[in-house]
Structures are given as structure tokens and as C-alpha cells.
Design a protein around this ligand. Structure first.
Ligand SMILES: [Zn+2]
Length: 454
């Protein structure tokens, strides 16, 4: 007896660029069989014509702060609802709690989706006693961080994330110092939220290239849409291609499909000069929490929020749509949400990225071949993360699957009060061989595991 038999589905075959109409059998968390299945199953899942895809893999998002919500889940639920089965936390230099604490909680209670995590450099800076953002760390502090990096990598973290824009005091010596013991490790990843955006984006990419040269560790350039969609996206992408071809640097990129970004209002991102750089103004910033919930900022509320509510998430509608498309089309770019919420509030990308990419960009706007597009949310991130048993529909692979209706899939989350609105068109999601979501109903929110680097 197998656990689940999926019938009436169209299996996504990314090798041959075709959909295969046949059954899929699941047993003990694995895809046991592809083809006509006579064997009895505990659950027969009628896909009703849906495409059966590998579960989406989100290589760049931000985990919840466990203590902020009653049951300790926030973004992981909208992740599951939009078809994500594996998500990478701890990005942009920031762990919202110790990754050991995150891991312990997930190992004890399970999680809606699988998590894996970077160790965040800015969080380590705080632990090492550098409580500033503008000051470089001392040699003693760098030494503490180096050891913490080693401990966290030993403990299964996938690599180190940086957030230079958030801690501009970070020097190259500091970066090289904290990573010196993991040099040339091809099984790890570095990633970074750039130091400067817009007119200084290329300078930021050069810094990331220099880190790759000096550390020898593969590098993930985070959310290029919020780095370069201000007039120099093509140059940025060309530069990354050149760095790879001429120097052999292992640089890859992710992007989210929105022309607005979101981060904490109190950070350096919104330091004086930002509006001049973006060519935008206060009213392009949406505040998301009381006392300014869902209000476009004014000079007064913007400054008050920065001073008195620095942790409040703000949404900045400042990027160019045509350049978002350039990024999404590029072969080095995978799609990731960069989703982040506080108390269920924030940017809708945390609940809509993947349905939006498929429904708006692949189906409606046809910016890319469907199968090439699907690789960007399944196979590509799986390979980048060395997830050898995920990202494909193949016998023996992990049974992380997302069933969606291509003709109706679309995001419904929007800025403001509907930022976690579930998408349409997701028929079912299977996590680790367990039916987690079916027709919009959450059936199992504990199937996800904390995955350590293997
Ligand atoms: Zn970031």
C-alpha cells in the first residue's frame, strides 16, 4: 500500500519540456512511482487536470520571529499556501533569532515548509558586541564572529549572508576575517544584500565579485530587482555574465517579481539621500503598522516612524517594472520571494511571489518559455543549494510537490491589509510525502523539516 496516489495530473518534465499525463505514487516521503499505478493508496488525490510540479524552492526569504505570534508561525503559512515546500532563511545578514533556536523549534514541532538557513553576519556583529552599523568591527570582534561562523556551519548552516547596506561599517578585512576558515568551500554559499543601490549598483556588484575572488566561495547576489531596477539592470546583468566568463567567478542571482521593496523603516536603507537616488518621494513609501498602518508616508510620519518605530516594515514603490522583467528573463536569475513579515504584516511578495511569477509573467505576459520559467523556481535553486533529491519529478526524489492550475493561478496578496491573502489556482501541496494543503485548506502544517547542509 502506498501513501498517496495522484491521478489526473500533468507531471512537469523539465528535461523534455513536456507535461506527462500519468499517475504518481508516493511512499515514505519519496516519489515511489511514475506511471500507471494499480496498487492501493491511503489517499487517492484527484489533481483535476492540475500541473504536478516539484514544490517551489524559495532561495531567499526571511523567517518569522518565533516569539511574535502565538503559535510561532507567520510567513511559513503563506509560503505553503503559495506552493513553496523549501525556503531559505537568514538572508541579508539577518537571523531573526538564533538559528539553533529556530532549528530546535522545528525539530520539536515541525514546520509548514522545510527551512534551511544562512548564518547572518549582521546578527553575528551584534553577538560579537558591535552594536553600531557604521563602525568597523575590531579584530577581537572579528575573531568572535569567525568562531561563530564555524560553529554555525558545523551545525548545518548553508553559508553566510551579509547585509552591507544595513551595516555600512563592514570592511573587506571583516568579511575576509569572518570567512577565513571556510575559504574555497564549494559546498557553501555566501549571499549579500548589496552595499549601495541605484546609481552605485555596479560598484556593489564589483564588491561582491571581489569577495568571491578572495574567499573562493560561490556567491548569491540577493534580490537584484531592488539593487539595479533603477536604470542599470542590463549593465548589471552583463557585468555578472562577464565576471563569470572571464574570471570563472561562481556568481548567481535571485529576484522577486515586484516593483516595490520592503524593509525596516529605521535602517540605513532610508537614510537621507535615498529619495534623490531613487528619484522618488515620501508618498512612494507605505507604512505598515500603527500608528501609520497602511498609510503612504509624509515627511512628518516618515521621520517619526524612523525615529520611534524603527522596526516597522515599510514598502517602497521605487523600482522600474521593465527592468524587473529583464531580471526575471535572465538565465542566471532564479525567482525568490525575499518575503518578510512582522505580525502578519509586510510586503505581499511573501504570499504571492510564485503564483504571480507563473500567472502574470509566464502565462499572461509571456516573458519566458514556461518550462524555462519553472526551472527558476524548482531545479535551479535546488542545484544551487545542493538539494540532490529535490527540484525534479523523478522516482526516488523527495515527495515535495505543488499542484497548480495553469489557467487560473495568480497572486491575490496586495500591499496593505491583504498582504497575506492566499493565491488562486493552487490545487494541493505535498510536503515530505504528506498532504499539507488541498483546495485552500491547510491539512498538515507540521511536515516541514529543518534541513541541514548535507
Ligand atoms: Zn535584502
Amino acid at each position: 500500500m502506498i501513501d498517496i496516489k495522484i491521478v489526473n495530473g500533468k507531471l512537469l518534465d523539465m528535461d523534455e519540456h513536456r507535461l506527462i499525463e500519468t499517475d504518481l505514487g508516493i511512499k515514505d516521503g519519496k516519489i515511489e512511482k511514475i506511471g500507471p499505478i494499480e496498487e492501493e493508496a491511503k489517499i487517492v488525490l484527484d489533481a483535476e487536470g492540475a500541473i504536478v510540479s516539484p514544490g517551489f524552492i524559495d532561495i531567499h526569504m526571511h523567517e518569522e520571529e518565533l516569539h511574535l505570534t502565538e503559535d510561532g508561525t507567520d510567513i511559513s503559512i503563506p509560503m505553503l499556501r503559495m506552493g513553496v515546500t523549501t525556503a531559505v532563511t537568514g538572508n541579508c545578514g539577518n537571523n531573526r533569532q538564533d538559528i539553533r533556536a529556530l532549528r530546535d523549534v522545528i525539530e520539536k514541532r515541525g514546520n509548514p515548509v522545510h527551512y534551511m538557513s544562512y548564518v547572518g553576519h549582521n546578527s553575528l556583529r551584534e553577538k560579537a558586541g558591535n552594536l553600531t552599523t557604521l563602525e568597523p568591527s575590531t579584530p577581537e570582534q572579528i575573531e568572535v564572529m569567525r568562531q561563530l561562523v564555524n560553529e554555525n556551519i558545523e551545525d548545518g548552516a548553508i553559508g553566510v549572508s551579509f547585509g552591507f547596506e544595513y551595516s555600512p561599517g563592514t570592511s573587506m578585512e571583516e568579511i575576509i576575517g569572518v570567512t577565513q576558515d571556510i575559504r574555497d568551500r564549494k559546498d557553501l554559499l555566501l549571499s549579500a544584500h548589496y552595499r549601495f543601490d541605484a546609481d552605485r549598483a555596479l560598484e556593489s556588484i564589483e564588491e561582491m565579485a571581489e569577495i568571491t575572488r578572495r574567499t573562493g566561495i560561490p556567491f548569491q547576489i540577493a534580490h537584484i530587482s531592488s539593487l539595479s531596477a533603477f536604470g542599470n539592470m542590463q549593465e548589471a546583468l552583463d557585468m555578472i555574465v562577464r565576471l563569470r566568463e572571464e574570471e570563472g567567478l561562481d556568481l548567481m542571482v535571485d529576484a522577486y517579481p515586484y516593483a516595490a521593496f520592503s524593509t525596516r523603516i529605521g535602517t540605513e536603507v532610508f537614510a537621507p539621500g535615498c529619495f534623490e537616488r531613487w528619484g522618488k518621494t515620501y508618498s512612494d513609501i507605505l507604512l505598515t503598522e500603527p500608528p501609520y498602518e497602511d498609510q503612504p508616508a509624509t515627511k512628518e510620519t516618515f521621520e517619526d516612524a524612523r525615529k520611534n518605530y524603527p522596526e516597522m516594515l515599510a514598502v517602497a514603490s521605487v523600482m522600474r517594472e521593465d527592468e524587473i522583467v529583464l531580471a526575471l528573463q535572465h538565465p542566471l536569475v532564479m525567482v525568490a520571494s525575499d518575503g518578510i513579515y512582522r505580525n502578519h504584516k509586510g510586503h505581499p511578495r511573501g504570499a504571492g511571489t510564485f503564483p504571480r511569477f507563473i500567472g502574470k509573467y509566464l502565462r499572461d505576459d509571456k516573458i519566458l518559455d514556461f518550462f524555462e520559467g519553472m526551472k527558476k523556481i524548482t531545479r535551479m535553486p535546488a542545484e544551487r543549494l545542493h538539494l540532490k533529491n529535490k527540484g525534479e519529478i523523478k522516482e526516488g526524489y523527495d515527495a515535495d510537490l505543488t499542484l497548480f492550475h495553469y489557467d487560473t493561478i495568480i497572486d491575490k496578496a496586495d500591499f496593505g491589509s491583504t498582504s497575506q491573502e492566499p493565491p488562486e489556482g493552487i490545487e494541493a501541496v505535498i510536503v515530505d510525502g504528506r498532504l499539507a494543503l488541498h483546495k485552500g485548506k491547510l491539512l498538515d502544517t507540521k511536515a516541514g523539516k529543518y534541513l541541514t547542509r548535507r
